[in-house]
Design a binder for this molecule. Structure first.
Ligand SMILES: *Cc1c(COP(=O)(O)O)cnc(C)c1O
Length: 259
């Protein structure tokens, strides 16, 4: 109980962002930290893409973020993403679905999303591909891997990932861009780092054995609390919400399954 309250008060430490200036400042801070982490680990800052995560953020503030230079947003829930896509159509935003997808929502994703980062079931790949072919679209895809071993996380076990990737080439509308993971939620940065390193090593192994299966071999890993570690471990995409938009009112258990 005490731990839970601590976690909540931690969350409120994220800077509020009501105005375009607030958002521009937070974006600059995050970009600066990404650049510093990249340089610390001998990488170039341009190798890391910042995907702003806008779940629960109202459309008005997404407009402000777009004015502050954001051209793409990540969303966890398909319905919310679809609504924002439709209502903000004139902004020409690239929408990325980063949350678990049920097959009955795949049709929606195929209709408007540019990217899907949480593929971990063949059935979803089948349905997505069929719908995409029908509407003549393609979709950038990351395969989600469970690197923390927690039951409560979605994603494939690392040892099943290669076999899964081998099943995907027939789905020609899916453009495989790499792997995605969520690290363990822990204050122990060694444990967090180990999850990111595991994803990188898995990517390297797949590349060695079968480079065609993984496209550019991107690594989508790192969120507000751990993106600097992720960049140090090789992230090519970081998915950052609260450090840009401020603390979220809803607990994360609303977005992730809990056991
Ligand atoms: C919400 C979410 C994020 C971003 O989390 P923040 O704490 O807001 O940075 C990243 N990845 C996934 C899958 C998410 O659902």
């Amino acid at each position: 109980m005490v731990a839970e309250q601590d976690a909540v008060s931690d969350r409120s430490d994220y800077p509020r962002a009501q105005s375009r200036q607030d958002l521009a400042r937070n974006l600059a801070v995050v970009r600066g930290q990404i650049a510093a982490a990249a340089e610390r680990s001998g990488r170039r800052p341009e190798e890391v893409r910042l995907l702003p995560v806008a779940k629960t953020v109202p459309e008005q503030r997404i407009r402000l973020a777009a004015q502050a230079g954001c051209r793409e947003f990540g969303e966890n829930k398909v319905q919310e993403a679809r609504r924002k896509h439709d209502n903000l159509a004139e902004l020409d935003i690239r929408w990325s679905i980063i949350g678990h997808l049920q097959t009955n929502k795949a049709k929606d994703v195929a209709a408007f999303a540019a990217e899907f980062q949480a593929l971990d079931r063949l059935r979803v790949a089948q349905v997505l591909d069929r719908r995409l072919q029908a509407v003549g679209r393609g979709l950038d895809v990351y395969v989600q891997v469970n690197t923390s071993g927690e039951d409560s996380k979605y994603g494939l076990p690392p040892e099943e990932t290669l076999r899964f990737l081998k099943e995907l080439p027939p789905f020609t509308a899916l453009r495989i861009r790499g792997l995605m993971t969520l690290a363990v939620f822990s204050d122990d940065t060694d444990q967090v780092r180990a999850c990111f390193a595991r994803l990188r090593q898995l990517r390297d192994r797949v590349r060695e054995q079968n480079p065609d299966l993984i496209g550019p071999g991107g690594l989508s890993m790192g969120m507000s609390g751990d993106y600097e570690i992720a960049v140090e471990e090789g992230a090519t995409v970081v998915r950052v919400g609260q450090a840009i938009f401020g603390a979220r009112p809803l607990p994360d258990s609303y977005y992730w399954p809990t056991t």
